[in-house]
Design a protein around this ligand. Structure first.
Ligand SMILES: Cc1cc2nc3c(=O)[nH]c(=O)nc-3n(C[C@H](O)[C@H](O)[C@H](O)COP(=O)(O)O)c2cc1C
Ligand code: SF4
Ligand code: SF4
Length: 278
């Protein structure tokens, strides 16, 4: 079995899940590659693979715009197996609405959409999860990945139904997507910026250019938070969203949080998700 993971990832969570999935598949004798969805990157040779997994972080209960663009540029592929894989900061069912449009596009192109995989990973906006929460999330993700790669390898899978109320709620939040290029134009750096250029190199939209050793933000931002999250000097200010800025990569190692250390925000939901995967 030869599987392609096509992944959009702003701050590395979705990429981490895909890399681990591909690694496990290779260990069990399959071929698996990870392709990054980035503006201007050449399309992968889909015909060379038996199954395609399209992976993305949930942005405002929807799939990020570059993922929809990637799906629309895919060649028609009658009967080719396809899956969706997504990560989200919380285990809310609303996030499942983000699969509706991707499934529709894939089916229209003739793909045999077999299943959807969901993982809770730490927030890269809104607030920073504790190290213990992150370790517990990764423990749960690793267990799910083990099962999910077997599902892909045997061609199984299950689609997630989304009720009309959740669809409508997610549709309403889609306003965030056209707003992001406008908000992104207002991103600025503080004097802590050392001009290392990391943000410009990593931006999946190629939206940052370096001028006189300082980043200049263009009009193509999709709000992935890569620049603000990964800046080694925490020097990026994200205009109106700045109060929700999260900076610094998570470690994923360490002692998983016990039940009573799980964050107060949506505690019951997180606990249900953790217990399901133990
Ligand atoms: C603009 C934006 C919107 C987000 N919206 C949601 C959301 O609606 N629901 C959710 O659970 N997480 C949301 N998140 C959190 C991410 O989905 C989560 O942190 C994800 O694992 C990030 O993946 P990445 O590191 O591959 O970019 C959002 C993050 C960003 C940057
Ligand atoms: S990553 Fe941070 S320090 Fe480096 S150029 Fe970008 S803003 Fe400046
Ligand atoms: S400018 Fe920053 S938030 Fe916007 S797409 Fe690039 S890395 Fe992501």
């Amino acid at each position: 079995m030869n599987i392609l993971y096509a992944v959009f990832s702003g701050t590395g969570n979705t990429l981490r899940v895909c890399r681990r999935s591909a690694e496990l598949l290779r260990e069990s004798g399959h071929a698996a590659e990870v392709y990054s969805i980035k503006k201007g990157a050449p399309m992968p040779a889909i015909e060379a693979y038996e199954a395609l997994v399209v992976a993305y972080p949930v942005h405002g209960f929807n799939a990020p715009t570059p993922v929809l663009k990637f799906l629309r540029s895919l060649p028609a592929a009658a009967g080719k197996r396809a899956y969706l894989l997504r990560t989200s900061g919380e285990p809310s069912k609303l996030n499942n609405a983000s699969g509706v449009t991707p499934k529709r596009i894939l089916k229209k192109k003739g793909y045999d959409v077999r299943g959807e995989f969901t993982y809770v990973m730490p927030y890269n906006i809104l607030f920073r999860h504790s190290d213990g929460m992150v370790a517990r999330m990764w423990q749960a993700a690793e267990r799910r990945i083990e099962e999910d790669v077997q599902t892909v390898a045997r061609g199984g899978g299950q689609l997630i139904k989304v009720d009309p109320v959740r669809r409508a709620a997610a549709f309403a939040v889609r306003i965030e997507h056209p707003a992001m290029p406008l908000l992104g134009r207002g991103f600025r750096t503080t004097d802590d910026c050392v001009g290392c250029g990391l943000c410009a190199t990593d931006c999946p939209q190629g939206n940052i250019t370096m001028k006189d050793h300082r980043p200049v933000f263009g009009a193509d931002c999709v709000g992935c938070m890569g620049c603000a999250f990964l800046c080694p000097k925490d020097a990026v200010r994200i205009s109106l969203l700045n109060g929700w800025r999260v900076n610094g990569a998570y470690s994923f190692e360490g002692e998983p949080a016990a039940d009573d250390e799980v964050c107060r925000y949506l505690r019951k939901m997180y606990l249900r998700y953790f217990h399901e995967n133990e």
